[in-house]
Ligand binder design. Structure first.
Ligand code: FES
Ligand SMILES: [Fe+2]
Length: 362
């Protein structure tokens, strides 16, 4: 595999070669290099609603599938632990439960709520037991608003990822966002996960692909900002469209902001609208298949009309172009393209991070 280089100067840079999106090796490499080292959504904090709760989940379902659990102790302190018994590997917690300890249903090994080994029947004669290896591995656990995140092998500070969002939007009642199940759903796209992200990262295509959205926002006023591990697109509302009531200390005060579109490297979007948040999690399945989880959260008191807020139309328009690119890349003629410096800086930012991480030395 040739080393892929994305020039840091967007005016000189070429987009990733088609092989990045079509070859198995890159797809496999990205598991360890990109996804295990980044922060991934674990669950909503509301799942851990009481002390001594154990909530099982999978780190990147369908892709990495590491069995993990969130455990809250008697004081309500939450930890992220391995959900695999250190004896012979059975999964410990199969569904959300409440218990004073974590016990294995196979041969009775027990762990404390902090993951440390507690007891094991019929092991009296075992030498050099228990050791460190008999405890459940602890993983970091962080929170943004009411969303919990973990990482299998964090190489990026959580703050570096989320602080720019807090700096700009801390005036919003982020801690009070409420999950709206009825307007949350999953979409399946027949395309590589990074193609879906590439498309999200520019508003360049809005006039061509999204007629309704194009009628709602001012294309000429759309703007982009990049940070260390996230980037932002801001849509400005046309006359008659909803917009945020911004406080005077907002850097955007005076603008009619229709939406803040944050991309969090490598696979998450936090789209803030006056009614709330649309969280999109991009889940790779294979190099030609991706699931996009759309989770809606509304601000208390916000006027939330599921029909108006249905993001379906835009999503289906995006899926159609992304699937078309997937087909185009499989052709023989295309290899690499160039970037628009005024429209595609967030796409370029994503690509530079991708290959920095892919080739990062341990
Ligand atoms: S696998 Fe858990 S006690 Fe044996
Ligand atoms: Fe789009």
């Amino acid at each position: 595999m040739d080393k892929i280089i994305i020039d840091k100067d967007i005016r000189k840079a070429h987009t990733p070669p088609a092989t990045f999106y079509t070859e198995d090796a890159y797809f496999e490499q990205s598991k360890e290099r990109i996804f295990e080292t980044s922060w991934q959504y674990a669950c909503d904090a509301s799942e851990i609603d009481a002390p001594m709760t154990q909530y099982p989940f999978s780190y990147m379902p369908y892709f990495i599938e590491e069995p993990l659990l969130i455990s809250s102790d008697k004081q309500g302190q939450e930890r992220c632990l391995s959900n695999v018994c250190t004896h012979r590997g059975k999964m410990l917690v199969e569904s959300k439960t409440q218990n004073r300890q974590i016990s294995c249903g196979y041969h009775g090994r027990c762990f404390r709520l902090d993951g440390s080994f507690k007891s094991m029947p019929c092991f009296d004669d075992v030498e050099d037991f228990p050791t460190e290896k008999d405890h459940l591995k602890n993983f970091p656990l962080e929170r943004f608003a009411n969303l919990l995140f973990t990482s299998m092998n964090p190489k990026i500070s959580f703050e570096a990822v989320f602080q720019p969002i807090l700096d700009r939007l801390s005036w919003l009642p982020l801690d009070q966002l409420e999950y709206v199940e009825s307007s949350s759903k999953d979409y399946t796209v027949q395309a590589h996960w990074a193609l879906y992200c590439d498309n999200y990262l520019e508003g360049f295509h809005i006039p061509f692909v999204h007629p309704a959205l194009n009628n709602a926002i001012e294309f000429d006023k759309y703007f982009y900002e990049t940070y260390a591990y996230c980037n932002l697109q801001v849509g400005i509302a046309k006359e008659g469209e909803p917009y945020f009531e911004l406080p005077p200390d907002s850097p955007d005060y005076g603008k009619k902001v229709y939406a803040y579109y944050y991309f969090v490297f490598p696979n998450m979007m936090l789209n803030f609208y006056p009614w709330g948040l649309s969280l999109n999690i991009v889940r790779p399945i294979s190099k030609e298949k991706t699931i996009i989880e759309f989770k809606s959260y509304k601000f208390p008191e916000a006027h939330f009309n599921p029909e108006v807020n249905a993001l379906d139309e835009t999503e289906l328009e995006d899926e159609a172009v992304v699937e078309s690119v997937q087909q185009g890349l499989k052709g023989k003629t295309y290899n690499r393209g160039r970037y628009s410096p005024s429209m595609e800086q967030n796409v370029h930012h994503f690509h530079t991070l991708l290959f920095d991480k892919l080739y990062e030395q341990d």
